[in-house]
Design a protein around this ligand. Structure first.
Ligand SMILES: [Zn+2]
Length: 147
């Protein structure tokens, strides 16, 4: 069986290709099934002009290279994270507005509002099979950054 180029999917019409880091630490490379050899690029995720010399569909579009096999999963994770944060802020502001005229210490109000917002945040994530910890681990999100 001929080796295949590992195309993870397409983003804005550009093929997203799973590359590997070269031992030299400064290049990424992948096997191109059209040119039947590896193409080497400076490391870093993003779009590259194709190094193809043979008849290759990459020639016209170039390609996006990544080391992340979950490239597309991460994108949807980012969307979920943004939605969850939006919900958190919304819920927090709503709770604070409701507490505005109550005779409670401001610090206590913030604590209550955070608790309400966090419950909403958690239940939203749970619906997507995630926990706040997942977001911290998988998407550079810090819960402390939410406020
Ligand atoms: Zn090629």
């Amino acid at each position: 069986m001929k080796p295949k180029t590992k195309i993870l999917g397409y983003e804005n019409g550009f093929p997203v290709i799973l590359a590997e880091e070269e031992p030299n630490g400064v290049q990424w490379s992948f096997y191109c099934e059209y040119c039947r050899r590896r193409h080497y690029h400076g490391k870093g995720e993003g779009h590259r002009g194709a190094h193809c010399t043979e008849d290759s569909p990459f020639k016209e579009t170039g390609y996006i290279i990544t080391l992340n096999p979950d490239y597309f999963k991460r994108d949807s994770l980012k969307t979920i994270k943004e939605k969850a944060e939006e919900l958190f802020r919304e819920e927090y502001n709503k709770a604070m507005a409701q507490l505005r005229n109550r005779n409670i210490h401001p610090k206590e109000k913030i604590k209550i509002a955070r608790k309400i917002a966090m419950a909403r945040y958690r239940s939203f994530l749970e619906k997507h099979g995630l926990s706040p910890q997942d977001l911290v681990e998988k998407s550079d999100c810090k819960l402390e950054d939410l406020l």
